[in-house]
Design a protein around this ligand. Structure first.
Ligand SMILES: Nc1ncnc2c1ncn2[C@@H]1O[C@H](COP(=O)(O)OP(=O)(O)OP(=O)(O)O)[C@@H](O)[C@H]1O
Length: 259
């Protein structure tokens, strides 16, 4: 194996939805290689096929063309247990405590519960929710519920975390706070994360690499590293380097005349 054998490799992925005899081309051509431990943002206009790409990676949809490979000889991948997902809504079970919500994937995968409970407490601490273990979802704010969902995605120690616009429902300040926490959690966990967002600022601020998808059917417009230093703090958003990356994305999306 070569030292940089990718963890995820998508080559010319294509997806057609079919219903009642009609066909809809949702993704026309997506190609990218992701190394283990990267945090990749997928940015593109509404309806361009970002969620479809995540669903193909999650094994929820089959692709109609191209190849998808996850895992490599160093890090094998089992789709049944190596994926954690975070959606726009936290989707917590309101009759379970915060701790028990976080434990749900551990129960599904069949992990030893004593160790899982200790890990759930550690993860709640990591996302800033120590002390809330015995509360119920409706007793927490939207941002706290979303942090619970993030802890839940990590509980079974998956190798790949897929996040679909996880902070889209939060107010702007909570979203910025969550961005900072997300960076911290990513750096502490070392996980490979793919992150869908509509926000160009978020796509630049969070990512080690950025995939820009064109208006649907999704085609890869660009895939490039974001070479801003880590750790990142909010003032980096005012720098020329940050602005140059944002302009590059706007230009790829056809939203500005020049990069
Ligand atoms: N099950 C389905 N059957 C038919 N068409 C679908 C299905 N799921 C999605 N689509 C269509 O495929 C296209 C891509 O959808 P997708 O949800 O992947 O886009 P998206 O970029 O994630 O959008 P958004 O940013 O608004 O969430 C859209 O036009 C959508 O209407």
């Amino acid at each position: 194996m070569s030292a940089d054998e990718p963890f995820i490799s998508l080559q010319n992925v294509r997806k057609v939805y079919r219903s009642k005899g009609a066909e809809f081309l949702a993704v026309s051509d997506v190609t990218m290689d992701v190394q283990e431990g990267e945090l990749v943002s997928l940015v593109g206009p509404s309806g361009c096929g970002k969620t479809t790409v995540l669903k193909i990676l999650a094994g929820l949809h089959d692709a109609d063309g191209g190849t998808i490979k996850i895992g490599n000889s160093k890090t094998p991948f089992d789709p049944a247990r190596d994926i954690g997902m975070v959606f726009q809504q936290a989707l917590l079970l309101k009759w379970r405590t915060i701790l028990d919500n976080v434990l749900l994937p551990a129960e599904i995968v069949g992990l030893p519960m004593k160790a899982a409970r200790a890990r759930a407490r550690d993860l709640l601490n990591l996302v800033g929710l120590a002390g809330y273990e015995d509360k119920y979802p409706q007793q927490l704010s939207g941002g706290m519920q979303q942090r619970t969902a993030i802890a839940r995605a990590f509980i079974h120690d998956p190798k790949l975390i897929l996040m679909d616009e996880p902070f889209g429902a939060l107010d702007a300040l909570t979203r910025e706070q969550m961005n900072l926490e997300m960076l911290r959690i990513w750096r502490e966990s070392g996980k490979t994360i793919l992150f869908v967002t509509h926000s160009i600022q978020e796509a630049v601020f969070l990512a080690s690499h950025c995939a820009v998808l064109t208006a649907g059917p999704a085609r890869m417009a660009e895939y490039f590293p974001i070479e801003l230093p880590f750790p990142r703090a909010l003032p980096i958003k005012t720098t020329d380097e940050f602005g140059a990356y944002a302009r590059r994305i706007y230009a790829s999306l056809g939203l500005s005349p020049s990069a």
